[in-house]
Design a protein around this ligand. Structure first.
Ligand SMILES: [Zn+2]
Ligand SMILES: [Zn+2]
Length: 269
């Protein structure tokens, strides 16, 4: 039997990697309008799904994925619950260095509880450091790419800014989630000269020995997450490249995830 109803044929969609998108010009960054495909963006952002926090001990610095059994993650310090150690020996030998930070983290947690209570009373929005940290680890490849670019790690270990600068991430946070706005390198002495509390807080993070990142949600300067970031491995330094459009790549990243999950056709921004 013939039917008069024409079957509707959806337009054949291209694989999502080939889908194009367009970003309007941006006065602040000075970029012209920009046309690209998901594929080119994905290829620019290094993916490190296996990356979990390495051992806190500077003498060790081992990552869980360097273990023969490919551990999911190292156990946390029982005091602060923030840093990880590969072994009891590493924790013991690092205690002298970690003690100050451990105490500070515990105090931060208490301050944070007070701030949360206050925010509830004032009916204002609140985000905890734990939530910020979760965002950071879930988006570690974006964070990583931004760090490589802002600290110019592609210039090599000795010529990049990691010893003298920290990376400040500006985030927009509301009840819908966390959005990456920008990341910039700020000189360490700018932060430490400006404020003795910042100097004291930063001193626990071994400036000059680690990559330090700081998250500023909604421009709030108190209760800000400071953390250290994994170093590229020896063999990774050589593979780092300058990407002058990295800010655009970073800002479209959340949309990419949706595109992957939704399987394709998709408009941007
Ligand atoms: Zn260790
Ligand atoms: Zn601790």
């Amino acid at each position: 039997m013939e039917t008069t109803d024409k079957q509707w044929d959806p337009p054949s969609s291209r694989p999502w990697r080939q889908n194009e998108f367009f970003i309007p010009p941006d006065e602040e960054t000075g970029f012209e309008e920009y046309k690209s495909t998901w594929g080119t963006v994905i290829d620019k952002v290094p993916s490190k799904p296996a990356l979990k926090r390495g051992c806190e001990s500077l003498r060790c610095g081992k990552r869980p994925d360097q273990e023969p059994e490919g551990k999911a993650g190292f156990p946390k310090c029982a005091g602060c619950g923030v840093v990880n150690y590969c072994s009891r020996e590493c924790q013991k030998s690092d205690w002298k260095e970690h003690k100050g930070l451990c105490k500070m983290q515990v105090m931060n947690i208490q301050d944070e509880r007070a701030a949360e209570v206050k925010a509830r009373l004032d009916d204002t929005f609140f985000i905890s450091n734990a939530e910020l940290r979760k965002w950071y680890h879930e988006n570690v490849d974006v964070v990583d790419h931004a760090i490589v670019q802002t600290l110019q790690l592609y210039k090599g270990r000795d010529h990049s800014l990691w010893r003298t600068h920290i990376v400040v991430f500006e985030l927009n946070v509301d009840e819908f989630g966390i959005e990456f706005i920008n990341a910039r390198a700020l000189p360490l002495d700018f932060l430490t000269k400006g404020s003795s509390t910042a100097a004291a807080a930063l001193s626990h993070y071994d400036p000059g020995k680690r990559i330090i990142v700081m998250f500023l949600p909604n421009g709030v300067r108190s209760l800000t997450l400071i953390d250290n970031h994994e170093f590229p491995r020896e063999e990774e330094w050589a593979g780092l490249r300058e990407d002058e459009r990295w800010r655009l790549h970073c800002s479209v990243r959340p949309a990419i995830l949706e595109a992957v999950e939704g399987g394709g056709d998709f408009l941007i921004l």
